[in-house]
Design a protein around this ligand. Structure first.
Ligand code: BG6
Length: 485
């Protein structure tokens, strides 16, 4: 096949905590993401670190009603109040699908309640109805960096096995409620990113866990079991449903052909693929024995866990793709090799970088698609891809974001190549289709959207929506099913 399949799911993606706002409305509880502050006075290099680390003191301060700090993820871009207008714009672009997440804290504010919050359920009923009115298929993540804060502070997050039951109760509740509205689900967003930011991924505060590696993998084991149980429930409650895993796929390439660089690349790539290996194949791969041995991890696996994993693997593999990174066994010998800001990899001298240091590698997307399809032979879905950039409004009010068009065009071209290679790719949702709060830096000025939102890093602005040049460009891409780029 040399063209996109005719029912290809073109669309855009966001996550509840980065768009919704309305954090005090509809009975919502605080989530782990609601405690991140943004302070533009800090040196820029520390903005990403704020996402990686979270201390007790920070969490306590954030819960203090007297705190004067600004918490951007409590406010998002105010989608909670603008969703009708925003969805109408998505429909104007011709979206076939919209990927977002359900905020667990709208349904179970603390996470351990037995009875769901009706107002929260109603909000998503309204949102899904609005999407379906335009024929836009909802694609829903159950957990996108937003578990209830209470489960983190009172239960110790996912390291505690009890959280499996709370999550499964949440999953069952939303499957029952939305069984006639939502067919495509994802269990955990970027499940492999626990490596970089365990607080927001599994709700652990590192100070409590001197052995953080052990905590990470134990927490993730519980997520695997929860994901498999949710997959089982989803298939039962919604017979035609499709459940996917979701990983962050940063393609790794050896910095040189030195066999040590090549071996280190294989080992490092497995550090990410381990997560989709378990969720797609339903078992821990053989290499994990050595991996855990070297990390000093000893998993507590209960009787029955292995059976649950093997019986309920995911139906499809979804992933985010923003960049690639080089790997060197001897980074100390390299000059100018400082890493991508977010994950600390080695810079590939053949690639340009975004303003945030993310290395742009469209051809890497074709390689990633082929690698994942070769490995799993399951349908693939690109759940995130896009360019975070500073946009400027011109005197005539337009936003000429040709750099974004260029980035997306090059990536879509490579998707087409991969389809030609034989990869079964069924959907693509461009990240942050409307400007949202950045996950890693909590900035608003790191913009990904086709739609501009008038709001600055401190939350000031009218929140007025405005089409960028890329809006009409993406509309044409969808209308021609990827033929005109
Ligand atoms: C992914 C996350 O890591 O990348 C999103 O799933 C996030 O939540 C996206 O927003 C882009 O990252 P950032 O830090 O630029 O917002």
């Amino acid at each position: 096949m040399t063209k996109f399949p005719k029912d290809f799911l073109w669309g855009g993606a966001t996550a509840a905590h980065q768009v919704e706002g309305g954090y005090k409305e509809g009975g919502k509880g605080l989530s782990v993401s609601d405690v991140y502050t943004f302070d533009s006075r800090l040196p820029r290099e520390q903005w990403t670190d704020q996402w990686h680390l979270m201390t007790h003191q920070q969490v306590e301060e954030a819960q203090d009603p007297k705190s004067k700090k600004y918490y951007p993820k409590r406010h998002g871009n105010d989608f909670y109040h603008h969703y009708k207008e925003d969805i109408a714009l998505f429909a104007e672009m011709g979206f076939k699908c919209y990927r977002t997440s359900i905020a667990w804290t709208r349904i179970f504010p603390n996470g351990d309640e037995l009875v769901p919050n009706e107002e929260g359920l109603k909000f998503y009923d309204n949102m899904f109805d609005e999407l379906l009115k335009y024929g836009i298929e909802p694609v829903v993540s159950l957990s996108h960096y937003e578990m209830p804060l209470y489960l983190a502070t009172e239960y110790g997050g996912w390291v505690n096995r009890k959280v499996i039951d709370f999550y499964v109760n949440f999953a069952n509740t939303v499957f029952e409620r939305y069984k006639n509205k939502v067919k495509y689900w994802m269990t955990f967003n970027e499940i492999n990113c626990v490596k970089h930011h365990p607080y927001v991924s599994i709700g652990v505060i590192e100070e409590n866990h001197p052995d953080i590696e052990q905590a990470k993998y134990q927490g993730v084991h519980h997520q695997f079991v929860a994901s498999a149980l949710a997959t089982k429930a989803c298939h039962k409650i919604i017979p035609n449903s499709k459940v996917g895993c979701m990983i962050s796929y940063q393609l790794l390439v050896p910095y040189s052909c030195d066999p040590d660089d090549v071996q280190k690349t294989v080992t490092s790539q497995r550090d990410s693929l381990f997560f989709s290996d378990v969720q797609a194949r339903g078992e821990y791969p053989a290499y994990t024995n050595r991996m855990f041995e070297e990390k000093g991890v000893q998993l507590e696996v209960e009787i029955g866990d292995e059976e649950i994993l093997s019986q309920h693997p995911v139906d499809y593999i979804s992933f985010s793709y923003y960049m690639s990174s080089a790997v060197s066994a001897h980074p100390e010998k390299l000059e100018h090799a400082e890493g991508n800001l977010i994950t600390g990899g080695i810079k590939n001298p053949h690639l340009p970088s975004s303003e945030w240091g993310w290395q742009v590698d469209p051809k890497g997307l074709r390689i990633a698609l082929n690698q994942l399809y070769d490995r799993y032979q399951k349908p693939l879905f690109i759940a995130e891809n896009g360019l975070g950039a500073v946009d400027e409004i011109q005197k005539d009010g337009s936003i000429q974001d040709d750099y974004r068009i260029d980035y997306l065009k090059q990536h879509i071209e490579q998707m087409k190549e991969a389809i030609h290679d034989g990869v079964d790719l069924f959907g693509y949702t461009s990240w942050g289709c409307i400007d949202i709060v950045s996950a890693s830096t909590s900035q608003m000025s790191k913009r990904y959207g086709f739609i501009y939102v008038d709001q600055d890093d401190e939350g000031n602005g009218t929140k007025q929506r405005r089409k960028k040049k890329s809006f009409d460009w993406y509309k044409k891409v969808i209308a021609t099913n990827g033929e005109e780029l």
